[in-house]
Ligand binder design. Structure first.
Ligand SMILES: Nc1nc2c(ncn2[C@@H]2O[C@H](COP(=O)(O)OP(=O)(O)OP(=O)(O)O)[C@@H](O)[C@H]2O)c(=O)[nH]1
Ligand SMILES: [Mg+2]
Length: 318
């Protein structure tokens, strides 16, 4: 039995969906941290993943320099080649360390930023560059934050059980890759709650406009979920994520491309949120704007409490 007047409905079966890289795994990790106070007991297992994120920043930087027509000296070009051809082992050889240090200490990033404020580089590249020295040390073990800030694509179904804020959650994350999205519905195991994660920072990406690959993508994915009969009874938690990146990128961004009346980032966020919330009945939907890597556990814990309460108090559905 739950607390006075409430019903014990068993665990809250929670499906975590969203496009690739939106923050589904980050959400899972935050829930686990809420209960266990840490996201993993085996931080050393993430060494390769964190280092690969660093290598990828430098691999992509060369492409960014080329597309922005930034002059690359022969010495820096040789450093790019060194990193490009390196077959990743967890202990970086000195010549790779030297190549990364040389590129980091060059002015290439500054030159690129002078040409274009938002660079087409992997997520959280600033964080990766700032911590590069640590990542390359022989005895380095990733911190929780290093793991949270790194990206590796989820493959297959990821399940977890978490008890937090007095509620039991059974979590299932499905990957956001488009090949996987076509299979999502095969794995809808009568959920109570769908957490749909949306990357707000996409609003500041040119690919979101003028028939770019992000245009209408997330809204379309969501629209087809909402009309899926298998999800007719669920409650929805909409996580508008990466508010930190949005705030950083939105300064000076022209949101009139999104809708003619939008003159500030705040208006743009609200407008975008309404494109999702209007598709759902008001009493079945919670929307939160968060940073799943930066917000405090207090903010996130409060969010989990609210969804638990929602579940317990919802009327019994036929
Ligand atoms: N700056 C910032 N980065 C975030 C935030 N949330 C997630 N990220 C980063 O976004 C990237 C993708 O996050 P994931 O949680 O792995 O994304 P996912 O939705 O699970 O992606 P797939 O499993 O490929 O479908 C990672 O590099 C995270 O560090 C956020 O609030 N702010
Ligand atoms: Mg994932």
């Amino acid at each position: 039995m739950g607390s006075a007047g409430s019903l014990n409905r068993g665990p809250i079966r929670t499906l975590i969906l969203g496009c690739m890289g939106a923050g589904k795994t980050s959400f899972m990790r935050q829930m686990v941290r809420c209960q266990k106070k840490s996201i993993t007991n085996n931080r050393e297992y993430y060494l390769y993943c964190v280092q690969l994120n660093l290598l990828n920043v430098y691999r992509e930087l060369r492409n960014v320099c080329i597309s922005l027509e930034i002059q690359i000296s022969p010495e820096l070009d040789a450093a790019f080649t060194e990193i490009h051809e390196y077959r990743h082992k967890e202990k970086f050889p000195q010549k790779v360390i030297d190549a990364i240090s040389l590129l980091r200490n060059s002015q290439l990033f500054d030159f690129c930023r002078m040409r274009q404020r938002i660079l087409q580089l992997p997520q959280n590249y600033n964080y990766m560059i700032q911590r590069a020295d640590e990542f390359m040390q022989a005895d380095y073990i990733p911190s929780e934050n290093d793991i949270m800030m790194s990206y590796s694509q989820t493959c297959g179904l990821v399940r977890d059980k978490v008890k937090t804020q007095g509620y039991d959650f059974e979590l299932l994350e499905l990957p956001g890759h488009h090949l996987w999205r076509a299979k999502w519905a095969q794995h809808f195991e009568d959920p109570d709650l769908v957490v749909f994660v949306i990357d707000l920072s996409e609003l500041c990406d040119p690919a979101f406009y003028n028939k770019g690959h992000l245009e209408n993508k997330t809204v379309n994915v969501f629209t087809s979920l909402v009309s899926n009969a298998l999800l007719a009874k669920v409650y929805w938690l909409l996580i508008f994520n990466k508010i930190d990146t949005f705030n950083d990128h939105s300064a000076g961004f022209d949101f009139k491309k999104l809708a003619n009346h939008l003159d500030t980032g705040d208006n743009a966020k609200t407008f975008y949120r309404s494109q999702f919330t209007t598709l759902l009945p008001k009493n079945k939907c919670f929307a939160h704007m968060v940073s799943l890597v930066n917000d405090s556990q207090a903010i996130l814990g409060d969010m989990f409490k609210r969804i638990g309460k929602l579940h317990r108090e919802r009327p019994a559905l036929a």
